[in-house]
Design a protein. Sequence first.
Length: 261
Amino acid sequence: MVKLALAVLCALLAWNSCEALAETESFCPLKDPPNQCGGFCLSVLTPVLNRLTIPQDQRNPSDLSKSNEVLVRQYTMESQLAALQEKQTTFENSLDSQQKYLDSNQQNLTEKLDDLESQLSALQETLFRVQTKIKYLGFEQIGSKYFYIEKVTEKNWSSASKSCRNMGGHLADIKDQEELTAIQGNLKRDTHYWLGINDLGRRDEYLSMATGKPAPFLKWSSGRPTRLETSNCVFLYNGEMYDYPCNYSFRFICQTDEENE
């Protein structure tokens, strides 16, 4: 088809050329226009041929090979991209599974940690009680506090106070009637017991020796306090309090600052 078109075009051009020459020279020198006009026709038709769309089956084989190579590369890249996307999806699913597993483990660990903390707290509380009993050996729990009640030895107020300090406590100052009732149940009837209350600093200002503040609870016996200059220390007798000279020797009650909550 291409060759035939070229021949026809060359013939037409040759004929037109002959007519032009005929007008000037009255003859046409081309006897066989398709063959004789080869070079001339090609030079004239080259721009036209460049604009023609050549059918795919008549294209240059090297161009077809390159096109096929491009198509193959494109298909390969698309396949690789699809494979990568599939791997990405698989990886994301794996991450989700691992995250769920980690979340589950985290919850289990948190629960176990809470349980261990509860056990540790219970052990610490038990240890504290044991240490308190060892530290204040001879003290007993009465109400919410620990007290030591001297049942044999009698000492003056100052010596009794020192004995309590040596045991890790101090002379007792009772906080309220409830505590007084609990302590009185452990005391011997008709017996004097020094308490940690005095007005040695200022007359009629009865302070707790443990805190230096006013005594939290006072239950005076009838006619007490006497307000005598020599009666500066307080003892407990049958559930009531008395002011008395500090140099007399009585039994005594010690207490600790530890409380059993």
